[in-house]
Design a protein around this ligand. Structure first.
Ligand SMILES: C[S@@+](CC[C@H](N)C(=O)[O-])C[C@H]1O[C@@H](n2cnc3c(N)ncnc32)[C@H](O)[C@@H]1O
Length: 250
């Protein structure tokens, strides 16, 4: 059933892989590609951030999902951890959600068996395979604050899954990518469905090293980023010729 949250109406849409996404009235956009919400998440974030390889290496895996939405990023990460249960690694999932009603709806809908407990401005849930924390409110404030207070691990994977730069510009600025850099492990993998020139220029200006990758479904390209190595030199040269401006907070 469609529902109304703190930020207006949400419409439930079935995507082509039969999993659901939501269209948000406030952002006027759907949370996922209509070709398949779950398949897109697997492709863009689980594979895009090399989660299976990170788990197989036996090192700790700490995911930041930029926007909880329906919690599909968490569902796909948990499924990946379940396939490799023998490995003794530390895993965590951190996310942020502006609309608390949406978080509560998704928690019930996507994770009927998980119990979430609220403390201050975040919800946590304990699970044998990972610890889960979702901050309520503007992630540009809640996450850097929590990080500075020593409440967050250094992220080894960042699912940059905000709404599009057009509809959700606040989560694509130089300041935001600087904060992500501050909260990231040196070996982090960042992945996003967006291939926009302005966000790529913004990521480079923030010090991220970016590469082009084939996008999910009909999408030609997407962007992957790291803090080590170099940006793709052809891509970097192309971007430097573009007059598009770096995005900053107003
Ligand atoms: C595209 S959806 C994320 C989908 C999600 N990763 C999933 O797998 O279901 C983006 C989410 O980010 C949230 N959001 C947008 N701006 C935000 C902000 N400044 N702080 C926290 N959450 C925000 C939106 O409410 C929305 O739920």
């Amino acid at each position: 059933m469609d529902f109304t949250g703190k930020l207006g109406k949400y419409k439930i849409i079935e995507t082509e892989d039969k999993t659901k996404t939501l269209w948000s009235e406030f952002f006027d956009e759907a949370c996922h590609n209509l070709s398949g919400a779950y398949e897109e998440t697997l492709y863009n974030y689980i594979q895009g951030c090399h989660i299976p390889e990170q788990i197989a290496q036996g090192s700790d895996v700490h995911v930041l999902d930029v926007g909880f939405g329906l919690g599909i990023g968490l569902k796909a990460f948990m499924a990946q951890l379940e396939t490799t249960q023998g490995l003794k690694i530390k895993a965590s999932y951190t996310s942020m959600e502006l609309d608390e009603d949406l978080f509560l709806w998704s928690a019930k809908e996507t994770f009927p068996l998980l119990v979430f407990t609220k403390k201050d401005n975040f919800y946590t849930s304990t699970h044998p395979l990972l610890s889960i924390t979702v901050f309520i409110g503007d992630g540009r404030k809640t996450l850097p604050e929590a990080f500075k207070n020593g409440l967050l691990p250094k992220f080894t994977a960042i699912f940059q899954d905000a709404f599009s730069p057009k509809k959700n510009p606040a989560l694509w600025t130089l300041e935001w990518f600087n904060d992500l850099k501050m909260m990231a492990d040196n070996q982090v993998y960042l992945s996003t469905y967006s291939a926009s020139v302005s966000i790529r220029k913004t990521m480079i200006a923030s010090g991220w090293k970016i590469t082009n990758a084939k996008g999910f479904g009909q999408k030609k390209t997407m962007t992957k980023a790291r803090l080590v190595g170099l940006s793709d030199p052809i891509l970097e040269a192309e971007l430097s010729r573009s007059t598009t401006l770096v995005l900053t907070d107003i």
